[in-house]
Design a protein. Structure first.
Length: 485
């Protein structure tokens, strides 16, 4: 037996001897390895055991620490996003500035006016009723088919979240707002201030010299106003003049913006000239059409694109008036106290023969909050005594014919026979209001009272601050609704 087994073993050994390393060496290797693994495992085990025990005793602390870490990480992310957004804005500004300096309308906007077929602008109040503000009727007049769907409007926070997750926004089927909903926000009539000064303007400026165009804060649809005016209204005397200085200079009488820069405060009038308007000798020939927008939707637009306004903001908190936990890194240490200040970069006033200031020499104006900016900018315009009109952005959606006709009449212009709501989208224009899709989206988005308040209502202190500090006179004059807190 032993012999047999030993022979078997020896034969087995000899069979493997060729492929296997010397046995003794192999045993040593394994034993060293397994000891090391055992050690590592037991160390890990005791470590997790210790951790478990520590956790058992320090559970609350641990959770707090984790949430602090998470918050810090979130803040860092927001900070990086802010930098990215500044860079994005800087790129956008350049475009805006160029547009502002050149004062040119976008290509594709060349319009042919058959002045003979146009009529003196005048609004017959008895026809107002024919222009119902029912969304269906507006769309029918504008020739827009709602079945095409629309692009929903996203807040700053939502669009950032989508970007992070790589989600692209899809078209949605339209659910039209009701008349009651629209009127609960903006009332039932068009609001135009300053019509009593139109005659003074027409009396003081010879017909051929009369000009008009928009002025308004960033994000108040000054481009839309310029486009609607340009498509529908013309200074026929100027347009038909064969005199070179009229033929070559703002022939239709509609300027793309105020000659002192449409976003600058009214005090820039007569002391500053945007580059495009250098040839213009008398800024008083220009009738400013000041366009104002509901401060709540205006603020939400500013969050998406701040232009030259600078104020602390994060995607988690904007619109932001009163600091909350997301604003600590912006130096706002006390949650729920005080307000978030804003400042705006305006062009440094310069006109005529003065030495041109360095293009980088900008004038900053401080405001206590973004609402203070809105209040101040528009109250200043309300308080001036020279001829000017103030109109609402919302009326360009819900009362476009009436508003544009009255504006055109004020400046002594002629109107196209058929009212043009928008450019052909085939012409490749851009912007919120371009083409029928943009018009439809604006109607649905601005007609939605839930959407209007959604973001500012997220932090009750913001809503309270808004109701308390927004300029009451402006809110009443333009029938904008307060927040329902
Ligand atoms: C208004 O907006 C809210 C929130 O986005 C949405 O749930 C609601 O359906 C909208 N209402 C209409 C009439 O589209
Ligand atoms: C900026 O321009 C204004 C007006 O031209 C001038 O008074 C001021 O000194 C300039 N500031 C700087 C820092 O160059
Ligand atoms: C505006 O605020 C900044 C700080 O945010 C300050 O340095 C500057 O002096 C202020 N300017 C005026 C005119 O108050």
């Amino acid at each position: 037996m032993p012999a047999e087994s030993s022979s078997r073993r020896s034969s087995g050994t000899s069979r493997h001897a060729l492929v296997q390393p010397p046995r003794s060496g192999g045993v040593q290797l394994i034993s060293v390895n397994s000891t090391r693994i055992a050690w590592i495992l037991s160390i890990l085990l005791s470590f997790t055991l210790c951790l478990q025990i520590m956790l058992l005793f320090n559970h609350d602390d641990f959770v707090t620490q984790m949430s602090i870490m998470e918050n810090k990480l979130m803040e860092e992310i927001a900070y990086v996003e802010d930098i990215a957004s500044d860079a994005f804005n800087a790129a956008q500004h350049r475009e805006d500035e160029e547009e502002e300096e050149s004062g040119a309308f976008k290509p594709g906007q060349r319009l042919v006016f058959d002045v003979e077929k146009m009529h003196d602008a005048s609004w017959d109040e008895s026809t107002t009723e024919q222009y119902s503000m029912e969304p269906e009727d507006i769309l029918r007049r504008a020739g827009v088919d709602p079945s095409e769907g629309y692009m929903p409007q996203l807040s700053f926070r939502e669009s950032r979240a989508n970007e992070r997750r790589g989600i692209t926004v899809q078209k949605k089927m339209v659910e039209l707002p009701t008349l009651e909903e629209i009127q609960s926000m903006y009332g039932s009539k068009a609001h135009i201030l300053g019509l009593e000064r139109c005659e003074a303007f027409r009396n003081s400026v010879p017909e051929i010299d009369r000009l008009m165009g928009p002025a308004g804060l960033f994000n108040s649809a000054t481009n839309l106003l310029a486009t609607l005016l340009k498509m529908n209204c013309v200074n026929s005397k100027r347009f038909q003049s064969k005199e070179k200085r009229y033929m070559n200079s703002f022939r239709t009488g509609i300027l793309p913006q105020a000659p002192w820069g449409k976003h600058n405060p009214v005090t820039w009038r007569n002391i500053h000239s945007a580059k495009f308007a250098k040839k213009l000798l008398h800024q008083t020939d220009f009738l400013p059409i000041v366009i104002i927008k509901d401060p709540i939707t205006w603020f939400a637009s500013m969050c998406r694109h701040g232009y030259e306004a600078r104020w602390w903001r994060t995607p988690q908190h904007c619109p932001n008036l009163v600091p909350n936990k997301y604003d600590k890194r912006g130096g706002y240490k006390k949650i729920g106290q005080g307000e978030i200040a804003a400042r705006v970069k305006f062009a440094t006033p310069y006109i005529g023969k003065q030495p041109m200031p360095d293009p980088k020499n900008k004038t900053f104006v401080n405001y206590t909050s973004m609402i203070d900016l809105w209040n101040t900018w528009y109250s200043d315009w309300h308080d001036v005594e020279f001829p000017r009109l103030m109109i609402r952005f919302e009326d360009l959606l819900f009362h476009a014919e009436e508003t544009i006709t009255k504006v055109c009449e004020c400046g002594g212009g002629k109107m196209q026979k058929k009212f043009h709501y928008m450019e052909d989208s085939a012409k490749g224009s851009t912007g919120v209001h371009s083409g029928s899709a943009g018009f439809l989206a604006s109607l649905v988005n601005y007609g939605n009272s839930t959407l209007r308040m959604k973001d500012i209502m997220r932090w009750e202190k913001d809503a309270d601050y808004f109701n308390e500090h927004v300029d009451k006179e402006l809110m009443e004059l333009f029938s904008y609704a307060y927040l329902d807190v």
